[in-house]
Design a protein. Structure first.
Length: 191
């Protein structure tokens, strides 16, 4: 979500293009995050932007800017600050493409969720439809493929599974079943 928030910020500020301009923009701390009722709430210049972060334009831009060192440095610092603030007992559950390998490499438990491209595309398409966004399934699928490739091939913090992560396949699971699978696997590991 944080990279999506940064992407939205740069979409709104089209004159900011170079790494130096982005670094200067980030120095103003335009993005802030807090937990409210167990969910992450992201603000851009004090405006709640959570409902604006799932569109295809934001997704594509998020993957592109995630390759930039000033963006990665700022987002990792923000994620670690949230971890320090909220990570005490009973713990913190965080998701992201480099959480277990870069942001929190010493996390007690790491989970790597997997699902086929078709399942992920269908799920995202349903999310977008529920949010009132008219996007074709084929377009969503292609966007996911492109984002995965960009994230896996980037130089800084590439998408990869942590060696000590629990792998949980979720193709045939509802959200509740995914949670149950993860909880069961975590309980097995922490006995």
């Amino acid at each position: 979500m944080m990279y999506r928030g940064m992407a939205l910020a740069l979409i709104r500020e089209p004159r900011i293009r170079s790494a130096a301009q982005i670094a200067a923009f980030l120095a103003q701390e335009p993005l802030s995050a807090r937990f409210q009722s167990g969910a992450l709430c992201l603000s851009l210049h004090n405006e709640d932007v959570n409902d604006q972060l799932r569109g295809p334009g934001v997704s594509a831009k998020a993957s592109a800017i995630a390759t930039l060192e000033p963006v990665r440095t700022a987002m990792v610092a923000l994620q670690r600050a949230l971890g320090a603030q909220y990570g005490q007992v009973p713990g913190l559950v965080v998701e992201g493409r480099d959480i277990g390998t870069v942001v929190f490499p010493d996390a007690a438990v790491k989970v790597f969720l997997t699902a086929s491209i078709d399942t992920r595309a269908r799920r995202r398409h349903e999310q977008l439809k529920a949010a009132g966004r008219a996007v074709g399934l084929a377009e969503v699928r292609q966007s996911i493929i492109l984002r995965d490739r960009q994230d896996a091939e980037r130089r800084l913090s590439p998408l990869r599974q942590a060696e000590d992560a629990l792998v949980v396949e979720t193709d045939d699971c509802s959200v509740q079943e995914q949670v149950q699978k993860v909880v069961a696997r975590v309980r097995e590991q922490t006995r």
